[in-house]
Design a protein around this ligand. Structure first.
Ligand code: HEM
Ligand SMILES: *[C@@H]1O[C@H](CO)[C@@H](O)[C@H](O)[C@H]1NC(C)=O
Ligand SMILES: *[C@@H]1O[C@H](CO)[C@@H](O)[C@H](O)[C@H]1NC(C)=O
Length: 420
């Protein structure tokens, strides 16, 4: 090393420095040491300041810690969800920090969903869903009885939610474009063209939504909290209050994923599909009471939770956390060595305390968690299987073998074709 710098050599620090500096060997060492220490100290100071003031992101993989954070008033979600206000114009309990809004909104949703628990109402829901499937399949069908499964699931789930739950008959533009627009904006939050198109779709369906009593009730709740919304410095808040995405996003974005991944697993497990079809065709049990179907949905929610991560920010320290729900769901000490295998049977028996603790697909408070999610997803899966007697993957499409988990990144299996 030292041999490279004979004493008295001229070091050009940069060609544009007009003076050449002459040093002997010792000065070089001293100068380097001082320079090095100086830079190190400055570096350490910068690092310390950034560490102190930068938002930290803590990843939570322990179920106990996750539950504590989800229960705590100190950890809020509106800060990490703030992008939803500008991108999707959402002003609901996910983006607005207000206790009264959360309580009233949630209670209303609980009442709306409870409407479907009675047997005769359930039959009505199944009927509505069946009609929506009947409508979409011919529109999506390619030649040779093939169709794109992800399009079918997204559109049927959205249409069933709008028709069945909100009582809104949206036009075809909205039903076919909205799903992929929302998914696109999730990834490309600043795409102004997509944002404009999204607004346009709702303007074009304004009359249909205005006629929905249920949507009007939700809108009234949001209007009643307009001061909380305007206090957060949100512009055009009146317009945002009348945005149906305030209810569509919580109700549909998660639901289509569980329907889609349940069907993908059934396509990979033909024996299971056959057994399920057999049970569903048995007139003595309604699909509302089909235990196998419920287990399939629960196992899908465990392996592929639609809300893979839940984000929270500490209201005082600004500390950010990402609760890794999927990691918690795959914990081997709770679920056993086959934790990453699709095995709906595990829900046939009562879960252990550890397993219950390690199961958080609905966080701790989603109003659909007790019953509605299973009824609604179950009804869609049942009707899709009934309407597609040869429900199989088309020969040109592929799924990973059953010893591997399905891919959960957005747009996975977007092009998968099935035979109907
Ligand atoms: C399979 C279906 C569903 C899944 C997996 C799911 C999942 C979740 C999760 C993880 C949360 C917590 C989010 C957070 O705290 O950041 C949540 C909250 C919520 N969900 Fe769901 N959800 C589903 C269906 C629905 C449906 C159908 C509706 C209503 C139409 C709905 C309405 C809500 C509401 C209002 C909240 C806020 C509740 C609160 O914070 O206390 N969800 N859901
Ligand atoms: C909205 O506020 C009005 C006046 O305070 C009240 O009468 C009404 O019940 C509220 N509506 C809802 C849906 O909370
Ligand atoms: C699984 O859960 C146990 C008990 O909560 C915990 O000690 C362990 O670290 C978890 N394993 C992983 C891989 O996170």
């Amino acid at each position: 090393m030292t041999g490279d710098f004979p004493s008295g050599s001229t070091i050009y620090f940069a060609e544009w420095i007009p003076v050449s500096l002459t040093y002997n060997y010792q000065t070089t060492i001293m100068f380097s040491t001082v320079l090095f220490s100086g830079l190190s100290i400055i570096g350490a100071i910068i690092y310390f300041i950034r560490y102190k003031y930068k938002k930290q992101l803590n990843i939570i993989t322990s179920a106990d810690q996750a539950r504590e954070i989800l229960k705590s008033d100190q950890y809020v979600r509106h800060i990490s969800n703030a992008w939803l206000i500008n991108t999707l114009s959402i002003v609901n309990p996910f983006t607005i920090h207000d206790k009264s809004l959360l309580k009233t909104f949630k209670n209303r949703v609980i009442l709306i969903l409870a409407n479907w628990y009675k047997e005769d109402k359930y039959e009505e829901l199944v009927f509505v869903i069946g009609k929506r499937i009947d409508y979409h399949i011919p529109l999506l069908q390619l030649n040779n009885r093939k169709l794109c499964l992800s399009k079918l699931v997204k559109q049927v789930t959205l249409d069933s939610f709008l028709t069945g739950v909100l009582n809104v008959n949206a036009n075809d533009d909205l039903l076919t474009e909205l799903p992929d627009l929302i998914i696109h904006l999730w990834k490309n939050r600043d795409d102004k063209k997509a944002q404009t198109r999204l607004k346009e779709l709702f303007v074009n369906n304004n009359d249909q939504f205005t006629q929905s009593e249920i949507w009007q009730q939700i809108q009234t709740i949001l209007s009643n909290h307009s001061s909380a919304i305007s206090n957060m410095g949100i512009n055009d808040f009146d317009e945002k209050i009348s945005n149906p995405l305030n209810i569509i996003v919580p109700g549909w974005e998660t639901m289509w994923r569980v329907v889609f991944y349940s069907l993908l697993e059934l396509l990979r497990h033909p024996k299971l599909l056959e057994e399920l079809s057999l049970q569903l065709n048995d007139q003595s049990t309604s699909s509302q009471n089909c235990l196998l179907l419920e287990c399939i949905i629960k196992e899908t929610l465990r392996l592929y939770p639609p809300t893979k991560n839940i984000y929270r920010t500490h209201i005082e320290t600004g500390e950010e956390v990402r609760i890794d729900i999927q990691h918690i769901h795959h914990n081997k000490s709770a679920w056993g060595s086959d934790a990453c295998t699709f095995r709906p049977d595990r829900f046939q028996e009562k879960l252990t305390d550890e397993q219950q603790k390690h199961y958080l697909p609905f966080s701790i408070s989603c109003p659909a968690r007790h019953k509605f999610a299973y009824i609604f997803a179950g009804a869609i899966i049942t009707e899709l299987i009934k309407y597609c007697p040869t429900f199989t993957i088309a020969e040109e499409s592929m799924l990973p073998s059953t010893d591997k988990l399905l891919d959960v990144t957005r747009n996975s299996y977007n092009d998968l074709l099935i035979l109907v």
